[in-house]
Design a protein around this ligand. Structure first.
Ligand SMILES: *Cc1c(COP(=O)(O)O)cnc(C)c1O
Length: 334
């Protein structure tokens, strides 16, 4: 079944050259501003949600459910998007329950029903079980729930959304008259990177997708991305491209998922102080640290570098103490 897409964001998102950062690090850098995607405070999840909720509406759903970490940008974007479409939203979050701030605060502001399950692993079967249980209780109350499980059943469609988004990047690059050698993207579930790699390959672009992992080791994330590419192409009815230009970099995870690292905070301050653009410590800060690190190591293919600013701003406020400490310690850009 080919689902329709429900438009929630403001497209195309801005595509801009960052002059001072480019000059400071000695390579032409462009930002794709998914943080400005418009709906529900934006981010890379909006395009995925447009396709997922398109399918939910086509199936006649009146409620949506998903599971992720407490500071999930996806859950916040889903809660806000569901509100706009008049759908009920239930979030099964990995606990224990932290203070209500950042994305978790916004989930409540958007009116989502929030449940916590004690777990640290997004692949934990008890999360899928809790989702099923929440869906069952909604059905028992006469609702028609649509279940989203990003690392599970929803992965191919969410990746397909980003394969389609590659067409917008292709148009951006045409308009700017550039042929980027690399696009750097923070990778959590890896669905955005998978979709981009698939979409750019279909368009015959030579651009390499550099997935900077924020959670999983490369030997787990790399094969998973390749598998998602296959399933997304299959679902969309597209031929699998003969080659994928994909590099997975797991050197920037630091102490763990969503824990701000020194490199991430330093990259965040550098971009804020040279461009007035705010990254987040859990995703985009680590991806920018990876971009700068790869440039220093000389491992980036030639040509302009595109940085996918995938959003995540509420996470900065959830990590305010670490960010504030770094901001007062580092008085000038590194
Ligand atoms: C979810 C997220 C990512 C990673 O996207 P995946 O498709 O899960 O790899 C990157 N940046 C931000 C801000 C995110 O919220």
């Amino acid at each position: 079944m080919t689902p329709g897409r429900v438009v929630l964001g403001h497209w195309p998102t801005p595509f801009e050259k960052v002059q001072r950062l480019s000059a400071a690090i000695g390579r032409e850098i462009w930002f794709k501003r998914e943080d400005l995607a418009g709906a529900a405070l934006g981010g890379n999840k909006i395009r995925q949600i447009e396709w997922l909720l398109g399918e939910a509406l086509a199936e006649g759903a009146d409620a949506v459910l998903t599971t992720a970490g407490a500071q999930s940008n996806f859950c916040r974007a889903l809660a806000g998007s569901a509100a706009k479409l008049g759908l009920a939203c239930t979030l099964v979050l990995r606990g224990p329950a932290p203070p209500s701030q950042g994305n978790l605060l916004l989930d409540a502001v958007f009116g989502a029903e929030i449940r916590f399950v004690e777990s640290a692993d997004p692949w934990d079967p008890s999360l899928a079980a809790a989702l099923d249980e929440a869906a069952r209780s909604l059905r028992a109350r006469g609702r028609r729930p649509y279940v989203i499980h990003l690392p599970g059943v929803s992965a191919p469609l969410a990746a397909q959304a980003w394969a389609v988004a590659a067409e917008e990047l292709d148009a951006d690059w045409r308009a700017a008259g550039i042929e980027p050698g690399t696009i750097v993207v923070a990778a959590g579930s890896g669905l955005t990177a998978a979709g981009l790699a698939l979409g750019l390959a279909r368009l015959g672009r030579r651009c390499q997708v550099r997935a900077v992992s924020v959670q999983q080791p490369a030997d787990r994330l790399g094969p998973w991305i390749a598998d998602v590419v296959r399933r997304a192409a299959d679902r969309a009815g597209w031929a699998l491209p003969p080659t994928l230009k994909l590099a997975v970099d797991d050197a920037w995870i630091g102490s763990g998922y969503a824990i701000p690292s020194e490199a991430s905070l330093s990259a965040l301050l550098r971009v804020a102080r040279s461009e007035g653009v705010v990254l987040d410590p859990a995703y985009t800060g680590k991806a920018m640290a990876g971009l700068i690190g790869a440039l220093h190591k000389g491992v980036l293919p030639e040509g302009p570098v595109v940085f996918l600013h995938s959003g995540g701003l509420p996470g900065l406020f959830a990590a305010a103490d670490a960010v504030a400490a770094a901001a007062t310690r580092e008085v000038a850009p590194a």
